[in-house]
Design a binder for this molecule. Structure first.
Ligand code: FAD
Ligand code: SF4
Ligand code: SF4
Ligand code: SF4
Ligand code: SF4
Length: 414
């Protein structure tokens, strides 16, 4: 019987799922069983759309449709938690299972502590994540470095430090990620800085690091992180959908080494990227210069998991003069100050910025400085942030009832 804290090798019993799955198809088998056994009402997962660069979120209630989501999309840079808030009423009235990369997992916690999601109703199926590649960078990289027409690619994977593609006519080509990144391609800049490689804040964390010997390539490494994780795995086992065994101790050792070296690399790349912005006034000038091409499209706010307010301060005329493009610098300062302690480095505000402004870079840099000063690390647990607004209608009512102008008092009161 599986228990919290177990490290297991798992694979799907169904040969079709095993074949289509990225590793052992364990995630797909677990999601299908969760639906079949009534553990959840629905699954939010990601599947290939038009091509390998088109990762689409899918909401599934029919277990027969789950197999369509098997496989990993490394050009899938979505962040699903805000979709749960916006379109699924924060999972307040249904139980769902959702697949989550590290940044997704952190966004779940930040939204939950702001009362925007009900984590009790959510089964968090974590995916280890070495990084994702922005679709446009991916296409450019394939054309310019791989010398392959990106439209002919039918499969991509990241394995043993290489980005590997397969074309419709059976060509395989792999190039080391380090080499690609030195040439300015490869993973998104925020992924290069990311240190959430195994999302242990999820109920289970699934990946391929540590699967060795004849199991490599056909087995998923599953870390069981919570009692809900035990339920997910146990239901799939008792449903006959999942085969499990204890992970090979040598594999566990190798996995820890890989994770350790990824964390060291992220530290190195953080230092490099942050240094490029300079410090103090120089950094301020960098931010002012970059944001001077803003067209006020609001995508950074719309997609940031920390931006959830009903009435955004950037839309208040007394704070940001309306009708000006580029907007006054106050527009960016408001976000900068509101997100500072809680940025989870998901990269959405940069990825989706119409003007390619490196918003995530300076947001992440200030968050790390605040973390070093005050110790608050966002997205790892339900600890409350230093400077967050709570759910806005409640907060406005409290301010109006008490006459207080201290928006952060509520955290001290609880
Ligand atoms: P499957 O049964 O094939 O199921 C995969 C599930 O992942 C599906 O439910 C699908 O909806 C979901 N999914 C696919 N793409 C995305 C996406 N972009 N965002 C959210 N959900 C998605 N493991 C490692 O050990 N090391 C790594 O460096 C690593 N990097 C990864 C990078 C990315 C971008 C992704 C998406 C995954 C990565 N993984 C990594 C996890 C690994 O690829 C497998 O997803 C995991 O081992 C589960 O394998 P499986 O066969 O059980 O999954
Ligand atoms: Fe993966 Fe981290 Fe990049 Fe998110 S930010 S896609 S968890 S490497
Ligand atoms: Fe993600 Fe940008 Fe918001 Fe940070 S500021 S959490 S990188 S969208
Ligand atoms: Fe707007 Fe600030 Fe709320 Fe974000 S956190 S939505 S910038 S008021
Ligand atoms: Fe400005 Fe970019 Fe934000 Fe749009 S996404 S409002 S262009 S910073």
């Amino acid at each position: 019987m599986v228990a919290k804290g177990d490290l297991i090798y798992a694979s799907a019993s169904d040969s079709g799922i095993l074949e289509k799955g990225e590793c052992g198809g364990a995630v797909t088998a677990i999601l299908k069983s969760a639906l079949e056994t009534g553990l959840v009402d629905a699954v939010l997962a990601v599947k290939k759309g038009y091509d390998v660069y088109d990762a689409r979120p899918v909401f599934i209630t029919n277990p027969e449709e789950i197999a369509e989501t098997a496989g990993s999309l490394h050009c899938g840079t979505l962040l699903t938690p805000k979709m749960i808030k916006k379109f699924l009423n924060g999972a307040r009235d249904m139980k769902i299972a959702v697949t989550l990369k590290g940044c997704d997992a952190k966004a779940m916690y930040e939204l939950a502590k702001r009362q925007q999601l009900n984590l009790d109703n959510i089964y968090m199926v974590g995916l280890n994540c070495g990084g994702s590649v922005a679709p446009m960078t991916g296409r450019k990289m394939l054309t310019e470095v791989f010398e392959i027409d990106p439209d002919t690619v039918v499969k991509e994977e990241i394995d043993k430090g290489q980005f590997i593609v397969e074309t419709a006519d059976g060509q395989h080509k792999g190039i080391s990620i380090d080499e690609l990144e030195e040439a300015g391609y490869g993973r998104r800049a925020n992924c290069q800085r990311c240190k959430t490689k195994v999302p242990r804040q999820c109920d289970i964390a699934c990946g391929n690091w540590g699967v060795i010997g004849d199991k490599a390539g056909n087995t998923t490494f599953v870390e069981v992180c919570s009692d809900k994780g035990v339920d997910l795995v146990a239901k799939a086992e008792s449903n006959g959908a999942l085969k499990t065994e204890a992970a090979n101790p040598k594999g566990v050792e190798i996995r820890a080494k890989i994770e350790g070296s990824m964390l060291k690399l992220a530290d190195k790349l953080r230092a490099k990227q942050f240094a490029e912005m300079g410090t103090g006034k120089e950094r301020l000038n960098f931010i002012m210069d970059e944001t001077s091409r803003c067209i006020k499209c609001y995508q950074c706010i719309e997609n940031c998991p920390i931006c959830y307010c009903v009435e955004c301060s950037t839309k208040k005329g007394h704070l940001v003069t309306p009708g000006q493009v580029p907007p006054p610098f106050m527009f960016h300062l408001i976000r900068y100050s509101h997100i500072a302690d809680s940025c989870i480095n998901c990269g959405q505000c940069q990825e989706l910025c119409a003007m390619d402004i490196p918003n995530a870079l300076y947001m992440h840099a200030i968050q790390i400085e605040m973390q070093d000063m005050f110790g608050y690390e966002p997205g790892v647990n339900m600890d409350l942030p230093l400077l967050a607004l709570v759910e806005e209608p409640t907060e406005r009512k409290r301010l109006s009832d008490t006459g207080s102008d201290q928006i952060f008092d509520i955290f001290q009161e609880e």
